[in-house]
Design a protein around this ligand. Structure first.
Ligand code: UT7
Length: 356
């Protein structure tokens, strides 16, 4: 599916939030058969933020959403789209609660579920609402308390995933304005569903029987290859639809799944690694929050500057993937991801303990 419309969705605000709890590789290695060296060298991850008991996706989404609205200079939105695979409850959607807690009135609010591709799918959804004239301004949030899906005793997934939220405000505008989403490509392949999935807890397997898990199952090596292939193809298509060459791309903002995936993608596209944004060392893989969290950090620290040609891409469970292009606009930065002044190591006993 591709999106093209004379009434464009234009980036007008950005914000993010990560919970204060930090789980380091050393802490993981103290209780699992893994090591700081393995995790760093195979993934690029050094630590990740984790929610503690009592904090859920909506809490992260509200914090990121508040910052994005402040950055946009206005609370006026017609819709809240929340990209997440870790809703507070299976039913209803989490977005209405987020909209209500942000005091946004009776706006349209719903969740989009596309795991790590959630933010690019959310971009398509928000852009579609704007193109159709259903909304003038949309708050799009990617938020994940991915901890809730991760088996703390599974050394692979426990080392990779983190929690956080990023948000943007999109407004109706012209396609030639800075910040306008100039091309958007989305795709999926349900044949790869079992490469990254939570078998039980949904309508198919309501209660896990023996051998079935309510935790995330990841076939890492296979999904790695799909990630590079599908992000690569969608990037090429998005760049072509924008009328750019790959050499025009100033900043590649790829979903932070693994530093080696970003390197392989950059290599396949011929985009030098110094143009590829990265925060995976500090946040790990935050699924739907990954891209907006990275955009906000890059905007806050000046890595992203107005006028740069930005290529966004993401890939994840589903399988689902996508890519988008835009020229970076001037956006106010509101405190960055951790206004408390950098990562703090909190008591993470309840993060690492296995829930019953
Ligand atoms: O978010 C979008 C979707 N997610 C992704 O795109 C993730 C893509 N995949 C990956 O990032 C990587 O495949 C992983 C990081 C998940 C795994 O890295 P890998 O280099 O592909 O390792 P592997 O799965 O081939 O496993 C190699 C070995 C295995 O041991 P044996 O069977 O060779 O004895 C694993 O059990 O590494 C072992 N292993 C670990 N060892 C120490 C897996 N996780 C760990 C760990 N510490 N944390």
């Amino acid at each position: 599916m591709t999106y093209a419309s004379p009434r464009a969705a234009v980036l007008a605000g950005i914000g993010s939030w990560t919970p204060p709890g930090v789980l380091t590789n050393a802490q993981l290695a103290s209780r699992l058969d893994t090591s700081d060296e393995w995790i760093r060298s195979r993934t690029g991850i050094e630590s990740r933020h984790r929610v503690t008991a009592g904090t859920s996706t909506s809490d992260l989404a509200v914090e990121a959403g508040r910052r994005a609205l402040k950055s946009a200079g206005s609370d006026a939105v017609d819709a809240v789209v929340l990209a997440t695979s870790t809703p507070d409850e299976l039913c209803p959607a989490t977005a209405p609660s987020v909209a209500s807690r942000l005091g946004l009135g009776r706006v349209a609010a719903f969740d989009v579920s596309a795991v790590c591709a959630g933010f690019v799918y959310g971009l398509g959804t928000a852009a579609g609402l704007i193109a159709a004239g259903v909304a003038e301004r949309v708050l799009l949030i990617g938020a994940e308390a991915f901890t809730s899906l991760v088996d703390p005793d599974d050394r692979t997934t426990a080392a990779i995933f983190g929690d956080g939220a990023g948000a943007v405000v999109l407004r109706a505008g012209r396609p030639d304005e800075p910040g306008a989403i100039t091309s958007l490509v989305l795709g999926s392949d349900g044949g790869g569903r079992e490469l990254l999935h939570v078998p039980a807890g949904g309508a198919r397997l309501r209660v896990p029987a023996e051998g079935e898990s309510r935790f995330l199952q990841l076939r890492g090596r296979e999904i790695f290859r799909h990630a590079v292939r599908h992000m690569g193809a969608s990037c090429r298509e998005a760049v072509a639809r924008a009328g750019w060459e790959l050499s025009d791309v100033d900043r590649l903002v790829a979903h932070q799944a693994n530093a080696r995936i970003t390197a392989a993608l950059g290599g396949a596209l011929g985009i030098p690694l110094e143009r590829a944004a990265s925060n995976i060392a500090r946040v790990g893989n935050t699924a739907a929050a990954s891209v907006p969290l990275l955009l906000d950090e890059d905007n806050a620290d000046g890595s992203l500057t107005p006028g740069q040609r930005v290529l966004i891409t993401a890939f994840g469970g589903g399988l689902a993937w996508g890519a988008a292009t835009l020229v970076w606009p001037s956006l106010d930065s509101v405190g960055g991801p951790d206004p408390s002044g950098g990562p703090h190591v909190h008591d993470i006993t309840d993060i690492t303990a296995k829930e019953s």
